[in-house]
Write a protein that binds this ligand. Structure first.
Ligand code: PMP
Length: 344
């Protein structure tokens, strides 16, 4: 009899069940306990593995796609990478329409995972036939047996987190969580987790993190789209210039806005103090906690879970590059302690 091998067939089974890690050093002076749900432990290094797998498997269940068919989306970010990874494993073609603003590194990563990438001009309006939205839509219409993931407007995005991230956080805290702090981009993460947690305990407070230059916070407060809120900012994956239907605004109690500069410094601080190498929006999410501590939102009985969406390796040429930080003027502040390397 041959001996059993302890192996998984592929990385799909490793999606989800990410660890909850206590943030002891960062929060030593804060009232309450603080834990990070670290989504970089997913095989594709972000929370987007969850939605990519859920949406693809739902399409399989509904017999919309079969092996050899095509997955289509408009992103150069984490979702694109997760879709390319899962497509490679399951035998789908993966087409990603991305903006010409996307970095060469990102495009190379997607191609490495086997995706076909359409680079579309960045400076055209969303309804221009050359925009990445329109290119993706057209390819979807022209390709029989294709799925358009459409994460900003897909209820399955919320559903993925309702079914996985929410129950994981509830179980990992033994139902004692008092606050959730999570970034809001498509809104799928925060809405799905919030719906699940509030169903268990409606008193749990859910706080969304938004960027200056995004419409989400104002829309949450007024239910009106205010185009005056929109201006360019640097954090990627957080905030939006439109209102995504994948955000359930009623499930969110409050939004906090954070700046590019504070979020970058905080991401670097997370690495230095906790040894956790996470992305720009993880810095943004923890920056929101710092601002909430200043307003005395938490007390000694608080058990706060903050979601860290992705891994730091995707930001080497941005917040983890001293040159980039310098160029943004972020080293002008006195907050940064670990500055440049020492020329010897
Ligand atoms: N952080 C990063 C790095 C992201 O890519 C995203 C997704 N746009 C988010 C946060 C926000 O997650 P969600 O889309 O579920 O709101």
């Amino acid at each position: 009899m041959s001996k059993q091998i302890n192996a998984t067939n592929n990385v799909l089974a490793l999606i989800g069940n990410t660890p909850l890690i206590a943030l002891k050093k960062l929060t030593a002076e804060f009232a309450g306990e603080f834990y990070a749900k670290v989504e970089a432990f997913n095989p594709g290094h972000s929370a987007k593995d969850r939605i990519a797998l859920h949406i693809i498997e739902e399409a399989e269940r509904r017999v919309i796609i079969k092996e050899g068919d095509t997955i289509i989306e408009t992103t150069s970010g984490n979702t694109g990478f997760s879709l390319a990874m899962i497509s490679a494993i399951k035998g789908y073609k993966c087409i990603l329409a991305v903006s010409s603003k996307s970095s060469a590194d990102k495009i190379d990563m997607l191609k490495t995972m086997g995706a076909q990438v359409y680079v579309c001009p960045a400076h055209v309006s969303a309804d221009d036939p050359r925009s990445y939205y329109q290119v993706a839509k057209r390819l979807h219409e022209e390709t029989p047996g294709s799925v358009y993931i459409n994460q900003y407007f897909n209820e399955l995005n919320i559903d993925a987190h309702y079914k996985t991230t929410g129950p994981e956080i509830w179980n990992q805290t033994n139902g004692t969580i008092t606050h959730l702090v999570a970034c809001s981009g498509t809104g799928g993460t925060i809405s799905g987790v919030s719906r699940f947690l509030k169903k268990q305990n409606p008193n749990i407070k859910v706080i969304g993190v938004d960027a200056y230059g995004s419409v989400l916070k104002k829309y949450h407060e007024t239910r009106e789209f205010d185009a005056n809120e929109i201006y360019p900012y640097r954090i990627e994956g957080l905030g939006k210039n439109l209102i995504p239907t994948a955000t359930d605004f009623d499930s969110i109690d409050e939004y906090i806005k954070v700046t590019d500069e504070d979020s970058a410094h905080t991401a670097r601080e997370i690495a230095r103090k906790e040894g956790l190498f996470v992305g720009y929006t993880s810095g943004a999410a923890f920056q929101a906690i710092k601002q909430l501590v200043d307003t005395e939102e938490f007390d000694k009985n608080s058990r706060v879970v903050v979601l860290f969406p992705d891994h730091g390796s995707r930001y080497m040429s941005k917040i983890y590059s001293d040159e980039w930080m310098e160029k943004q003027g972020f080293f002008d502040s006195e907050k940064e302690t670990a500055k440049k390397s020492i020329a010897y």
